[in-house]
Design a protein around this ligand. Structure first.
Ligand SMILES: [Ca+2]
Length: 311
């Protein structure tokens, strides 16, 4: 059976590429993973990758949302790295790489590692490309995978990266750059199918564990609806209350749908590899706003759900 897993993994790795085929560095990186042989848990990387690949989501985007997802590798060269209070960027547009993003120092802080969110932040310069960057790129996208629980039961997160979160609030502007969203699947004890899906929308009061029945594809993969502008994850089309009394999220059929399995567009964040060094970036993925909801979010590893979703 192990040989089958390894063979399947090899097939995945050979065919793994961001769907435009432009991201050759990612491909090289993934191939390297197979040779490191890192095994930090009871399951081998091959086994874990095999399981992760069984439950890749299908993401339904809102037909009227101008702000689409993309990949980290597409966005980083379009951004600059700044530190709150400094007038000059730490790294200018075109200088950021997946590795150097988390190797900078300023204000007595390092931009990588630890468990504290720092004052570093990514910003899209105010030039002719900013609006293009904010709108994402459906030609190049990926979801990022992280195992939060190995056993009893196994839980796997699938993270989506959107360069920009539009505003839905009529009064309070919650638009911000750097929008990270996720779902989590809880597998049945034999790991053959999904038991429940955690749809993370906004706060814990507006995020839910939902029985998988009715919310999976015929192959048993999770179906996710992304809300217009906010990109909160929901189980179906509709309107959804938020923490703000008169403000609702909306999900809708009729927009583009991303099948992350069909596109072979996914990456594990749990395997050490240079082109995923960015996961250790401890700053914000967008510039600070007037308040938390209007500021760029920290990356997945620096959000509290990274350790475990509410249960
Ligand atoms: Ca959001």
């Amino acid at each position: 059976m192990k040989q089958i897993y390894l063979l399947l993994l090899l097939v995945f790795l050979i065919s793994s590429c961001v769907n435009s085929g432009q991201n050759t560095n990612d491909n090289l990186n993934v191939v390297n993973i197979t040779t490191t042989g890192v095994n930090t848990n009871a399951d081998s990387i091959a086994t874990t990758s095999y399981i992760e690949a069984q439950f890749l989501p299908v993401l339904h985007l809102h037909p009227d949302d101008p702000y689409r997802p993309s990949t980290v590798s597409w966005v980083l060269p379009r951004a600059e790295l700044r530190y709150e209070g400094n007038s000059n960027p730490i790294l200018k547009k075109g200088e950021i790489t997946e590795t150097n993003l988390q190797q900078q120092t300023s204000g007595g802080e390092s931009s990588g590692g630890g468990d504290k969110v720092t004052k570093f932040y990514l910003d899209y310069p105010d030039d002719s490309e900013r609006d293009i960057t904010r709108r994402g790129n459906l030609e190049e996208f990926s979801c990022y995978v992280h195992v939060t629980r190995r056993n009893d039961p196994m839980e796997i997160q699938y993270w989506f990266y959107y360069p920009y979160n539009g505003s839905i609030a009529p009064v309070l502007d919650i638009a911000h750059e750097g929008d990270w969203e996720h779902i989590t699947v809880r597998l049945k004890p034999d790991r053959s199918a999904i038991d429940k899906i955690y749809y993370s929308a906004h706060d814990e009061q507006h995020s839910w564990w939902v029985d998988a029945a009715g919310h999976v594809t015929p192959e048993g993969r999770p179906i996710v609806y992304s809300a217009k502008h906010t990109h909160g994850s929901y189980p179906s089309p509709g309107k959804w209350n938020t923490a703000a009394p008169t403000v609702q999220d909306e999900t809708k059929d009729g927009g583009p749908a991303i099948d992350y399995n069909a596109q072979y567009a996914w990456r594990s964040l749990d395997v050490p590899a240079p082109l995923f060094d960015w996961v250790n970036f401890n700053g914000h993925w967008g510039k600070p706003g007037a308040f938390q909801a209007s500021s760029g979010f920290p990356g997945p590893k620096f959000q509290k759900e990274w350790k475990e979703d509410p249960r």
